[in-house]
Design a protein around this ligand. Structure first.
Ligand code: FE2
Length: 135
């Protein structure tokens, strides 16, 4: 639950070191807030961050500092991120992905990384939607 609330903390201007909000946020939570290691790992990898890390040349830092978390809990953070607008309103994953790509613009590393991650993100949302429907 904590990681769902904190996953985008790396967007705070004072925390931006690499420009990759997942990594910057996880480092802040680890180094300053002394957050639980699992929370830091979930924040570091939310919404297929490994793709943006690769596109930014940060794969080694991301993977070595924050081992990825497998399974439903990881998909759940991506679900929380990708079914909510930047203002906190519910949205569909397809609209969320389109909003991110439009906001950053073609050619931007975030937009291109999200475009590449889209099938995986949609799959994570589907997995959690089905799990929620099953109760
Ligand atoms: Fe995010």
């Amino acid at each position: 639950m904590s990681s769902a609330w904190l996953h985008d903390i790396g967007y705070a201007p004072d925390l931006s070191m690499t420009g990759m909000h997942q990594l910057d946020g996880a480092r802040y939570l680890r180094d300053v807030a002394q957050a639980d290691a699992l929370v830091c790992r979930l924040v570091a990898h939310h919404s297929c961050a490994f793709i943006e890390a690769r596109n930014r040349g940060l794969s080694e830092q991301l993977a070595s500092e924050f081992p990825p978390v497998e399974g439903l809990i990881s998909a759940a953070i991506t679900y929380a991120d990708m079914t909510t607008t930047p203002l906190g309103e519910p949205t569909e994953v397809e609209q969320r992905l389109a909003e991110i790509i439009a906001r950053y613009g073609d050619g931007d590393v975030v937009a291109e990384s999200i475009r590449e991650a889209s099938p995986l993100i949609v799959d994570s949302v589907r997995i959690i939607t089905e799990a929620l429907a099953e109760g």
